[in-house]
Design a protein around this ligand. Structure first.
Ligand SMILES: C[S@@+](CC[C@H](N)C(=O)[O-])C[C@H]1O[C@@H](n2cnc3c(N)ncnc32)[C@H](O)[C@@H]1O
Length: 211
């Protein structure tokens, strides 16, 4: 084992173990070709959702419900997760799994394209927005997230390292959009951001002075 692997093994000891529902959701996502958020990043989702804890959360790109289970695990017991998913069979499956795991009353599952659904959500009404859908739309999600978040709210962006592409000179559409989104966040004096090296990178941002 080299030192990088040894370090990862060491830091993995701090990653919360999956419960049965989370494990099943991850396996099912992988079987269906829906890429779930990395386990270590998922553990961060729970940590951030549990900070205050969050009562109102938006998830963009629900998949089969893996990340939703982690967000719900951290959120306030009476909190409500609004999750947006464009594929009907995925949305229906996630809704069933979340209900079976006892979260039926805590989830508002919306079927639709994120950029159609997001404009219907209220301003200044959410504690946390988690972004995990179409990379080329990340800059647009950012605009909506800034409108949706309450003062001190958190923006979490999955895949911030773009599987290594965020840091190199490639310029395909996905990489360009990811760089635009991350650059906008970095250069915005009203935002304070960090990228956690969990999974494919989890960017965390909050409005400076509004924490
Ligand atoms: C990476 S997966 C999400 C995985 C999920 N967050 C998890 O960790 O379990 C991305 C999801 O976004 C959905 N998606 C793709 N385009 C979308 C859009 N325009 N609006 C909403 N969801 C979309 C895909 O169907 C897919 O399920």
């Amino acid at each position: 084992m080299n030192s990088t692997e040894a370090t990862l093994t060491y830091t993995d000891q701090f990653v919360e173990p999956e419960d049965d529902a989370q494990r099943a959701a991850r396996h099912h996502s992988e079987e269906q070709g829906v890429e779930p958020v990395d386990h270590a990043a998922a553990s961060w989702l729970r940590w951030f959702a549990g900070l205050r804890p969050a009562t109102d959360v938006v998830e963009i790109g629900g998949g089969l419900g893996y990340s939703a289970l982690w967000l719900l695990a951290g959120m306030h017991p009476r909190g409500m997760l609004t999750t947006i998913e464009v594929a009907p069979e995925r949305q229906a499956h996630a809704q069933r799994q979340l209900a079976q795991a006892g979260h039926g009353q805590r989830v508002r599952s919306i079927l639709g394209a994120a950029l159609t659904v997001l404009p219907r959500l209220a301003d200044d009404a959410y504690d946390l927005v988690f972004v995990d859908a179409v990379r080329t739309e990340y800059p647009n999600y950012l605009t909506h997230a800034q409108r949706l978040l309450r003062p001190g709210g958190l923006l979490l962006v999955n895949g911030a390292l773009g599987a290594g592409t965020a840091a190199d000179a490639r310029s395909d559409d996905e990489t360009a959009a990811l760089r635009t989104c991350l650059g906008t966040i970095r250069d915005d004096p009203t935002l304070r951001a960090q990228i956690l090296p969990a999974g494919d990178g989890l960017l965390v941002a909050t409005a400076a002075g509004r924490e």
